[in-house]
Write a protein that binds this ligand. Structure first.
Ligand code: ATP
Length: 416
């Protein structure tokens, strides 16, 4: 009864849109003669007054029917009859997931579980940590009441991450990544037994049984969270990094870079990936971070150009044309990464100057102009255009006529 009151107070503090959803689900569950619960991370986040990012609702009964009764007219409802689940995207990024309560069996480690519809206890038992395995009643009669079979409230109070059952990291080793993620996000401590089970799963090589997509997804989530450097360090300490990427040692410099790119912005996962990929030449790591390969390649080429033309990029502010030859074709996100990772004030100024004075500077001259001037196509085109651009960028000649005059002057001079 006491917890019920507590939770109701907290629920009242939620945005009215969320309260409306919870009450609507509860009301309709009664009409359909089923029970609905808010579950998992949503309950955890309400209990610690964190922003609720989405709503997970478990229905003891037919979740799809309940979703259809409430949101059947919505264009964003998706139902998955084979899984007994429905998803509604209410506005940009805010989702409500409804699922029929289920029990899970893992026929083999690290594969997707077999599922059987069941009651709320089994639905909570299949979850990872006690703090993620609580439910809050939504149906009239138990609205706001917490179901806490595994001591989640105590663990939440004391900041502890504890597994619900001992086989958990073997059934699904992706929970190891989740554990590290929550540890750093909430600054929680991993309970000793849970830590030992984690080490056993890693020693047994179970994480290797996960598909590459699942590991990539978990790693990406780790990179998106608070303090990615510490999470990666934890993977190293636990020997999970070595298990996944044998020989891909992380240097002090790379750790420092990861520290510098911690900014909690949407670009953070890319920045962490670039910090690793630019310092570590490891096929497995590249494959795991394949979504970032285009930008990693841009960075690699830029670093090569730096060795030649831009060697002064850290010592002086370069002229516009040098900035153009150095940074042209590099995406803004890669430049943002460099702004974070580079310690030289000059380097940052050069990027800023490139972005404000060079990147959008209009250059009109092309090979067509040379053609019209009667110059036969050949290597000389590049030479003439490059030289013309140097003058155009550095003297900031914006109008097309002025630019053509520069080209003409070079042609008349014999390209000298
Ligand atoms: P986040 O705040 O990062 O979204 P979350 O806990 O809400 O974290 P979700 O991935 O949205 O994570 O999962 C919702 C709930 O589903 C979790 O709180 C947990 O109860 C359960 N869950 C998710 N993934 C697993 C898993 N691999 N093993 C067991 N339970 C899981």
């Amino acid at each position: 009864m006491h917890e019920k009151l507590n939770m109701q107070k907290r629920v009242e503090r939620l945005p009215s849109e969320i309260i409306n959803i919870l009450m609507t689900v509860g009301r309709h569950s009664r009409h359909l003669n089923c029970k609905a619960y808010l579950v998992g991370g949503s309950v955890r986040d309400i209990l610690i007054d964190n922003r609720v990012k989405d709503l997970d609702i478990t229905v003891v009964g037919d979740a799809i029917r309940l979703a259809n009764v409430i949101w059947g007219d919505s264009r964003s409802i998706r139902v998955y009859p084979g899984f007994g689940t429905a998803t509604v995207e209410l506005h940009e990024g805010f989702r409500v997931d409804l699922a029929t309560a289920r029990k899970e069996f893992y026929p083999r480690p690290a594969v997707l579980p077999r599922v059987q519809f069941s009651d709320i206890y089994d639905d909570l038992y299949r979850r990872d940590f006690t703090i993620n395995a609580m439910a809050m009643g939504l149906s009239p009669g138990d609205y706001g009441e917490i179901l806490d079979y595994f001591g989640g409230l105590e663990d939440l109070k004391h900041g502890v991450l504890r597994l619900i059952h001992d086989k958990s990291f073997i059934d699904d080793p992706s929970r190891i990544f989740r554990c590290i993620r929550f540890q750093h996000r909430y600054r929680f401590r991993i309970d000793t037994r849970t830590k030992n089970l984690m080490i056993q799963s890693i020693k047994g090589g179970f994480p290797l049984l996960l598909s590459r997509e699942r590991v990539a997804r978990e790693i990406n989530l780790l990179f998106s969270e608070t303090g990615p450097r510490h999470s990666v360090e934890e993977l190293v300490v636990l020997d999970l990094w070595e298990l996944l990427f044998p020989g891909a040692d992380i240097s002090v410099t790379t750790y420092e870079k990861m520290e510098r790119v911690s900014c909690n912005a949407s670009g953070q996962p890319l920045y962490v990936a670039l910090a690793l990929l630019e310092d570590i030449d490891h096929a497995g790591l590249r494959e795991m971070l394949a979504v970032y390969s285009k930008k990693a390649l841009q960075l690699k080429k830029l670093r090569k150009r730096e060795e030649g033309i831009g060697k002064f990029v850290r010592e002086r502010v370069l002229d516009n044309y040098s900035l153009y030859t150095l940074f042209w074709g590099v995406d803004d996100e890669v430049l943002d990464y460099l702004k974070l990772v580079e310690t030289s004030v000059c380097y940052k100024k050069n990027i800023q100057r490139y972005l404000t004075r060079v990147k959008r500077f209009p250059v009109y001259i092309t090979g067509n102009h040379l053609n019209k001037m009667g110059i036969p196509p050949g290597q000389i085109y590049k030479y003439l255009l490059d030289n013309a651009k140097r003058e155009i960028y550095n003297r900031e000649i914006r109008d097309m006529n002025g630019q053509i005059q520069v080209l003409l002057k070079l042609v008349n001079k014999g390209g000298l």
